[in-house]
Ligand binder design. Structure first.
Ligand code: NPQ
Ligand code: MG
Length: 369
């Protein structure tokens, strides 16, 4: 496929409910929507960078800048035989994986639409539905958290993840186990602890959690390996796994027993499939993370999560938990047994409501080959 035109739109959507992690509370989602055109077909993706450089060092502003000034010239006017060739073609630019992923994933959608097949088929997906879990942010009280959990269990979700931070951790998990028994439960610290907290974190071992996600620094692997030796609870790495090499290093050092895959963090679908495969070879299960994506990014995630080693429920929940209305029609739904269907149409296989996109667009840019 030849890439002929690039469009960027900065989109702002209010969240249905605030979302709080160890690095702060957000009330809306602002992201860059990428459209690539070539040979009469259009490919779509969304960049998962945020307004602030708190989850990662990238922001919407850096992604916009890097795409416009550096990545667009590397793809416009070029022909790619396979979307797997796109990430390597961007290698001259160091880092900026979220910006790169936005370009690369739009190329996958474009390629799949061009071949008239669902994206999952091109990626090597093997399942027609994926198990869904929810990520519940830090709440103002135990009671509010308990209410959220009750609602999500009733909706059928197959695992509950709660965000933790110092002061909102052991007592919270104790309350959840006391009220809800042996539900599939995990916690995510978003790097809020240090190795000095090892004994404190080991107090979580008695609750039989599925895993603890990213307890230590975002760029750390060595201390996670040391912490894993001191914990029975499996560690899952998120922020630390920014490349195939980081995944290999973490597996070699025993820094985790589970990996969270987010294509935005890894530079796109191609690198995500490689991490998926390396993990499978090492007997390590993966699951698909979430970045509060609109239906466009969320649908990309569903296709990727249809690969076989995504054997644990991911953070891919229904549209209505985040955006009403979503940018796609119909929205993503979860069935009563907690499964999300993989779309079967060409590419990401969903209809974008372009009037809603236009209404939510706060900035626009376009460039041709
Ligand atoms: C995680 N997500 O697994 C992330 C963190 C996260 C669903 O838990 C704006 C952009 C807000 C990115 C909030 C979930 C965000 C964000 C949280 C990422 O660690
Ligand atoms: Mg996480």
């Amino acid at each position: 496929m030849r890439i002929e035109r690039l469009r960027l739109r900065l989109i702002r959507l209010p969240l249905v409910a605030f979302f709080e992690t160890s690095f702060g509370r957000v009330y809306d989602k602002t992201f860059v929507l990428v459209t690539l055109e070539g040979e009469g077909v259009e490919g779509l993706s969304e960049c998962v960078a945020d307004v602030d450089p708190y989850y990662s060092s990238e922001t919407n502003t850096t992604a916009w800048h890097v795409i416009k000034e550096f990545l667009a010239p590397l793809v416009l006017g070029r022909t790619f035989k396979d979307p797997r060739h796109v990430f390597p073609a961007l290698a001259r630019v160091r880092g900026h994986n979220m910006a790169k992923a936005a370009i690369e994933m739009a190329c996958w959608d474009l390629a799949a639409r061009g071949q008239n097949v669902p994206l999952s088929r091109l990626l090597g997906g093997t399942r027609d539905a994926i198990p869904s879990g929810v990520s519940i942010g830090i709440q103002d009280s135990h009671e509010q958290l308990a209410q959220r959990i009750e609602t999500e269990l009733a909706a059928g979700y197959r695992r509950i993840k709660i965000k933790i931070k110092p002061g909102w951790d052991i007592g919270v998990v104790e309350m959840v186990r006391a009220r809800f028994g042996s539900i599939p439960l995990m916690v995510d610290a978003n790097a809020a602890y240090t190795l000095g907290d090892a004994a404190h974190l080991a107090a979580l071992d008695r609750f039989g959690l599925m895993m603890i996600e990213q307890p230590l620094e975002y760029d750390d692997i060595r201390d996670h390996a040391e912490l894993q030796r001191r914990l029975d609870t499996p560690i899952c790495l998120d922020e630390s796994i920014h490349s195939v090499r980081a995944a290999e290093e973490a597996l070699a050092l025993g820094a985790c027993r589970i990996i969270n895959i987010k294509p935005g963090r890894l530079g796109g679908h191609g690198e995500s499939v490689r991490v998926h495969d390396v993990s499978a070879t090492n007997g390590i299960p993966v699951w698909h993370g979430g970045m509060l994506e609109s239906g466009i990014g969320r649908t990309h995630n569903i296709h990727l999560a249809s690969l076989p080693n995504f054997s644990l429920p991911g953070d891919i929940a229904a549209s209505k938990r985040y955006f009403v209305p979503d940018l796609i029609e119909p929205p993503i739904e979860v069935d009563p047994d907690g499964m999300v269907r993989v779309p079967t149409g060409p590419g990401i296989g969903v209809n974008v409501d372009w009037d809603r996109v236009a209404a939510a667009t706060v900035e626009h840019y376009e460039v041709k080959a």
